[in-house]
Design a protein around this ligand. Structure first.
Ligand code: N2P
Length: 378
């Protein structure tokens, strides 16, 4: 029997049996209750294709409210407070680990996720470290934090000084950064992103659980502070594309979005995402359903829709992040598939650090250091 033809049939049979059992037992499944035709999604900004929501709405008759955030801290605070009103959220996996432990998500119903088989099994295995049994999370996309530059502007500002071997020097080493300040240096506006990178630069474990280790990152950030001209976790995309910034600490795909915008708008700016040899931090952003979500069947429908190979590929084609959908590869545009800063080589992946959850006391240390760094106080 053809396995592909068999799977949906099996899933449908299991679903029918489950519904029958539930009705017999006196439960009414959510979709049988006539769940309202709405779905509330909270996702990162600049992380979707223009047609993704429209096509889903057209096909299902479900109206989607789509809101954005640009750092994990904002989402985490909403989830901890409860009653967020969202049916799908997309935390970074290291935050999701804490959120799962805190009972903030409900388990996925795999019988409603008939496209689950499209997921890359190696990535699923890795994700089990965060979500045992892959019970709560489905990866949306993944990428890494890195340095993005406007090559012409950086060259001009550095003058006779050659580019450093370590791109992070452009931001953290005053010898370079003091020259680049005039054309604008952006740093991500998020303690949980900036501290691990500053720790790598300081030669420390990026997700150290030892508070004293963070003194080294404090020193790195203090030295860098006079040269940082902008803190932003999303607004830097346009500024980089338009030549208002020459160096950013940003998200890999966002830097490539800026690159594409500069090309499309014929601004003449050459924007490049760099891959530091000394490493950087990976992130895996994952869809999850909050425990108090109201539209659970609709949430499953949306997750299953994203898991279609063409849909997942269209996200990657638009925002330049790798996706976890093995079956989507053939729908990824050649120039995106060939971009080594979107799909990292094995050698480049090996340079990167896998994200890790840190306990609450360390999150506080990170936040305290970041807040005084940003405010430029000691
Ligand atoms: C989307 C950036 C998301 C990456 N613009 C960080 N998780």
């Amino acid at each position: 029997m053809n396995l592909h033809a068999f799977r949906p049939a099996l899933a449908a049979a299991v679903l029918t049996a489950a519904v029958t059992a539930a009705v017999t037992l006196g439960f009414t499944p959510a979709h049988a209750q006539g769940e309202s035709k709405v779905l509330n999604i909270y996702n990162w900004s600049d992380y979707i294709a223009p047609e993704t929501i429209k096509n889903f709405e057209k096909e299902t008759g479900i109206t989607v409210r789509y809101d954005n955030y640009d750092n994990n801290e904002i989402l985490h605070a909403k989830l901890v407070a409860g009653q967020s009103g969202y049916d799908i959220v997309v935390p970074g996996a290291h935050f999701a680990k804490i959120q799962i432990a805190g009972g903030l998500f409900q388990k996925l119903d795999r019988t409603q996720l008939t496209n689950w088989g499209n997921l890359d099994t190696a990535l699923l295995e890795k994700l089990k470290q965060v979500d045992p049994g892959n019970a709560h999370l489905v990866t949306w996309m993944w990428g890494y934090v890195t340095v993005g530059i406007n090559t012409g502007k950086v060259k001009a500002a550095l003058g006779n000084t050659p580019m450093p071997a370590n791109p992070w020097d452009l931001i953290f080493k005053p010898e370079y950064a003091s020259k680049l300040k005039s054309c604008g240096i952006n740093m991500l506006d998020s303690a949980s992103e900036v501290l691990p990178v500053a720790m790598i630069y300081a030669g420390k474990a990026p997700y150290s659980k030892v508070a004293a280790d963070y003194q080294a990152a404090t020193a790195v950030l203090r030295a860098a502070r006079p040269n940082i001209t902008r803190f932003s976790s999303s607004g830097y995309i346009n500024d980089l594309a338009a030549g208002r910034l020459c160096v950013v600490m940003g998200y890999s795909g966002d830097i490539n979005i800026a690159r594409q915008r500069a090309i499309d708008n014929k601004t003449g700016h050459d924007i490049q995402a760099l891959i530091p040899d000394t490493g950087s931090t990976l992130f895996f952003d994952t869809m999850a359903i909050p425990k108090d979500a109201k539209n659970v069947a609709n949430a499953h429908k949306f997750i299953n829709y994203i898991l279609r190979p063409e849909v997942h590929a269209s996200l990657t084609n638009t925002v330049f992040y790798a996706n976890p959908n093995a079956a989507s590869k053939k729908f990824v545009k050649k120039e995106v598939a060939d971009n080594p800063t979107v799909f990292l080589s094995a050698a480049d992946v090996a340079k990167m650090v896998v994200p890790d959850a840190v306990p609450q006391d360390i999150r506080r240390v990170q936040t305290r250091i970041f807040t005084s760094f940003k405010a430029n106080t000691r």
